[in-house]
Write a protein that binds this ligand. Structure first.
Ligand SMILES: C[S@@+](CC[C@H](N)C(=O)[O-])C[C@H]1O[C@@H](n2cnc3c(N)ncnc32)[C@H](O)[C@@H]1O
Length: 622
């Protein structure tokens, strides 16, 4: 514990000295630098009564607020950005710029229970990380809207203090990180499929807290593994402890007990059929056992080659099979006796008979290192544009454990978009179409950074540019018929204020104010709201994914958007009497409109409503 208030010119601060001495003597009496009186009393042998009794729990300053933050609904939306996208209409991958908590809240309805894999690499809480502070519950509605506006208008960061550094001296150093993580993990869990899996990267700073938090959110019974990833290849010469910490962690949980990781492909190259065995390719396998004579006496015997009579003495740990099974295998030609009597017999393992083509994945990952991630980003975007990106090979190793064709992955701390490169290269390799949704804050790059020199303003810009370059690399490298190439592209969205007016009951005290409010809400959409922006806001509100295929129809001169084989129609631009019959003839299940399209004609609206009722079509006017 450091002396926070003392400067060289000042005399020693007595109180601070006492604090330091007490903390050195009774460290358990302090939590995040604050004195815990109950812990102090317990330490000196006094009775210390804990309200509600003692129990096992993870608790921190601000936990209740974190739950409230989670429960506060978002009033924002996602605005499509065609100019920042590639192949917007066909693309199956999505990139969203914005604070991931707001974005997750917005995505919740459309993506509930649909995501197979969530991979996140959040700030590790090293003491120099910045993140969005979880204390926004006190924020008024106006402040909130202004913040979302700020973000939309200049694309940069929000109000002072909203996104800030969490230093180790901060009194709530661990609490802040936990409060930031809790609501995000909660919503992440809602997005996962029953057989979905989440992988969270972290290091020693928070792994202990992360495990407890994940136990709370996902359930201890859904813990899969805590992988150790050897991220560092060469020694950390800056370490002051005499220890070079060369690894990070990846904590894995499943949504329910249903998920099983696939495992690592067995090396099938060793299988061949040099003797044209009708049972197909085989490889030779060890025949020695694993048990002592005391433990398994029936596995300890001499093995005699029936053709040569050569006696192969029992190995120290016996044979793999008992005498009866061994005789059967000999008669089936499955035992390989060596031509040289000094050699050891082995047995034939047939490819056809293998129980699985995969072996269990080790909890220690050594395949790739941080250096590989840096090389990838340097090669695509230039030297030093993004520090410590994850190697895409690490993420694809995880992704192929759980994702199959058409499956969706979400990474809501996307950074430089390594996950996108991981998914794309996996797709290219196996000719399947896994999809990705990435979320990244428009965190400004440092003023004198390489990224700024390369022309990037925010990390979201870096991510988008990497996605573009990965797509163009894919297009150059794959053959024309490849699945990945056909709809190679991504849809870019921006967290933005809603296109619709929010009903506000507060601040209305007089009939005049009420009348004014009613007038304002004669139209639900805001002045200047763009049709496509409203369409995407409604798609999300009606539980449709951002990559839902949209057909644009011309109905009696009016523009209509259709989804689900024209079962749901959106009329958001203009509406005329002439459109009613052709719309009804399309036999949709539902027609969704906004007030504005009727241009103050109640008759027109009532007519459409009546015709819809007659034809059993659900009519929704917002
Ligand atoms: C450790 S980096 C992720 C690096 C990434 N895995 C890669 O390989 O490039 C964490 C990222 O999360 C972003 N981030 C932090 N808070 C966020 C938030 N509230 N919403 C969205 N992104 C956030 C940071 O800007 C940072 O780029």
């Amino acid at each position: 514990m450091t002396d926070k208030n003392e400067t060289i010119a000042e005399s020693p601060n007595q109180a601070e000295q006492c604090r330091i001495q007490l903390a050195a003597l009774i460290p358990e009496a302090f939590s995040e630098g604050e004195l815990d009186v109950i812990a102090l009393r317990r330490a000196i042998g006094e009775d210390a009564i804990i309200e509600g009794g003692e129990r096992y729990a993870l608790t921190w300053a601000g936990k209740s607020t974190a739950y409230k933050v989670l429960q506060t609904p978002s009033t924002a939306t996602l605005r499509p950005e065609r100019d920042k996208s590639v192949n917007f209409d066909q693309a199956q991958h999505v990139f969203i710029e914005g604070d991931n908590l707001e974005v997750l809240k917005i995505l919740q309805k459309a993506y509930f229970g649909k995501v197979k894999l969530i991979y996140i690499d959040p700030p590790y809480n090293t003491g120099s990380d910045s993140f969005i502070y979880p204390d926004r519950f006190q924020e008024s509605k106006e402040e909130y809207l202004r913040r979302i506006h700020d973000l939309a208008d200049d694309g940069m960061l929000m109000r002072e203090g909203f996104f800030r550094k969490n230093s180790k001296e901060n009194g709530h150093y661990h609490s802040n990180w936990l409060s930031m993580m809790l609501p995000r993990l909660y919503i992440a869990r809602n997005l996962l499929r029953e057989d979905g899996v989440i992988f969270v990267s972290c290091d020693d700073n928070e792994v202990h807290n992360l495990r407890c938090l994940m136990n709370e959110v996902f359930g201890e019974e859904n813990f899969i593994a805590q992988f150790v990833w050897k991220s560092r290849v060469s020694e950390d010469t800056r370490a002051t402890t005499g220890v070079s910490t060369d690894h990070e962690y990846i904590v894995a949980y499943s949504r329910t007990g249903e998920a099983v990781l696939r495992g690592i492909e067995k090396d099938l190259e060793k299988f061949s059929n040099p003797d044209s065995d009708p049972r197909g390719p085989w490889r030779s396998a060890d025949l020695t056992g694993l048990a002592t004579k005391d433990a398994r006496p029936n596995l300890h015997y001499d093995l005699i080659d029936p053709n040569t009579g050569v006696n192969y003495c029992c190995p120290p740990k016996g044979w793999r099979f008992d005498p009866e099974t061994m005789q059967k295998k000999i008669s089936e030609g499955r035992i390989l006796f060596p031509s040289n009597p000094e050699g050891r017999p082995r047995h034939k393992l047939f490819l056809e008979e293998m129980r699985s083509l995969f072996k269990n994945m080790s909890t220690v990952i050594t395949d790739v290192s941080t250096g590989d991630g840096t090389k990838e980003v340097n090669a695509l975007l230039g030297q030093g544009v993004f520090s410590f990106p994850k190697p895409s090979g690490l993420i694809s190793l995880l992704a192929e454990q759980v994702m199959g064709d058409g499956d969706l992955m979400v990474d809501f701390f996307a950074g430089s978009a390594s996950s996108f490169e991981a998914i794309t290269s996996l797709n290219e390799r196996n000719g399947v179409k896994r999809r990705a949704v990435l979320v990244q804050l428009p965190e400004p790059v440092g003023e004198n950074s390489e990224a700024a020199r390369a022309g990037f303003s925010t990390i979201a810009d870096i991510a988008r540019e990497r996605i573009r370059r990965v797509i163009s690399k894919t297009q150059q490298s794959v053959d024309l018929a490849s699945a990945e190439q056909k709809d190679a592209g991504f849809k870019s969205f921006l967290l933005a204020p809603s296109n619709f007016k929010q009903w506000r009951g507060d601040g209305i005290d007089t009939p005049e104010q009420l009348a004014e409010q009613m007038q304002m809400f004669a139209k639900s959409e805001k002045e200047g709201a763009q049709v496509e922006d409203m369409l995407y806001e409604l798609l999300l509100k009606f539980g449709q994914e951002l990559t839902t295929s949209i057909e644009t129809l011309n109905v009696a001169g009016g523009k209509v958007f259709a989804i689900h084989g024209r079962k749901t129609l959106f009329v958001l631009k203009q509406f005329t009497e002439a459109m009613i019959q052709p719309l009804v003839d399309l036999k949709p299940r539902e027609i969704i409109t906004i007030d504005g399209v009727f241009q103050d004609s109640d008759n027109l609206k009532t007519n459409l409503d009546l015709q819809c009722r007659d034809s059993g079509i659900k009519f929704t006017c917002l």
